[in-house]
Design a protein around this ligand. Sequence first.
Ligand SMILES: [Zn+2]
Length: 242
Amino acid sequence: MLTEPQFEHVYIARLEYGVAASKASLILTAALSQQQHRIRRFAFGDILGQADRPISEVLLVTSGLVSMVVDLSDGEQIETAMAGPGVAIGAAAVFGYETWINTAVAQSAGTALSFSVSDISVAARRDTGLQQLLFKSELWLKAQAQQSAACNARHNVRQRVCTWLLLAHDALQEDDLPFTQEFLAHMLGVQRERVSKIAHRLMVDEIVDYRRGHIRIDGSKLEREACECVHVLREHYKRFFA
Ligand SMILES: [Zn+2]
């Protein structure tokens, strides 16, 4: 049974994401003409930007979830931040740095509005609202990377799993998340067996449920298990985009 304050906490975060996403789309579509953007559809695993390669387009995620990952020499990819609806990726190009620092990989199917770097740069010079949105998108990715450094150093894997699921839930605005345990282990840089044990325990405790490659979560119960990072990041998100 969900208690009232917890219910509010989880669902307000989700609502805020939805409102911020609509606001971001409005800012961008008002600043640029219809001919200056196209809708880009992506599937799970699609690479939207490759580390060390030139940024050829700025993308505003409108549905789905994209991870910014660090590519390691053994082929592993570790997530440093996620970008959900309303968050722009590749925005550094507008501020003069036209190279992807991290690889951007789709965590789910979704859509984005795609803009050429030159068009969006011109529009951002005359529209401070757009400029701020792009700058804050970069700050949001940076804030997550910094928080995740502290999180990895101090918080246990169970807490990190719960925090990650909650943040994905805020962005996707669904209780049913399209992730496998293997994917989760991959993103968190944790051994699969460890995540499986935690996932099993969370299932026994009726906090999550697994169905055919999907994780169904109880957001209010997850809140009790997550580390403080989820609250810190939600506060950042609110300050950046609300
Ligand atoms: Zn943490």
